[in-house]
Write a protein that binds this ligand. Structure first.
Ligand SMILES: [Zn+2]
Ligand SMILES: [Zn+2]
Length: 139
């Protein structure tokens, strides 16, 4: 592996992968599907060409769901711990990496919000929120 390789894993460690930059997109997706699948305000996904990605462990422990009514949307997760995992795009040209699964710094920050018109009614910009380095003090 080159020094540039970025690694990632699920919470339980069964699924591990490596990707080599450059990534060609890094974005928040606020669509309803991504909100439901992630359980949070938006998905945060990195995109890399398929040849720049490989599984290190646990590819057979990944469960895939391709939404039948969607052209592109898919969701994958570790069968053991339920963490989101990377998935091959339906075109086969790219691998989409949920950025929260990264173990290393990808060397770039998210560049854009997509499907922002579909954002949750309760969405708030993270920078506008009261912030603590760890748990907030008990009141
Ligand atoms: Zn896992
Ligand atoms: Zn989405």
């Amino acid at each position: 592996m080159s020094e540039q390789t970025i690694t990632g894993s699920c919470v339980c460690g069964a699924v591990r992968y490596a990707a080599t930059p450059p990534f060609f997109a890094f974005q928040y997706c606020h669509c309803t599907r991504c909100r439901k699948a992630s359980g949070t305000a938006h998905a945060t996904n990195l995109f890399v060409k398929t040849a720049q990605f490989h599984w290190v462990a646990g590819e057979d422990n990944v469960q895939r769901f391709d939404l039948p009514t969607a052209k592109y949307w898919s969701h994958t997760f570790c069968k053991t711990c339920g963490s989101s995992t990377p998935w091959l795009s339906r075109t086969g040209k790219a691998v989409i990496i949920p950025a929260g699964t990264l173990d290393d710094d990808p060397g770039m920050a998210p560049e854009r919000n997509i499907f922002f018109a579909s954002r949750a009614s309760w969405y708030a910009h993270a920078a506008d929120l009261e912030t603590f380095d760890e748990s907030p003090p008990r009141s």
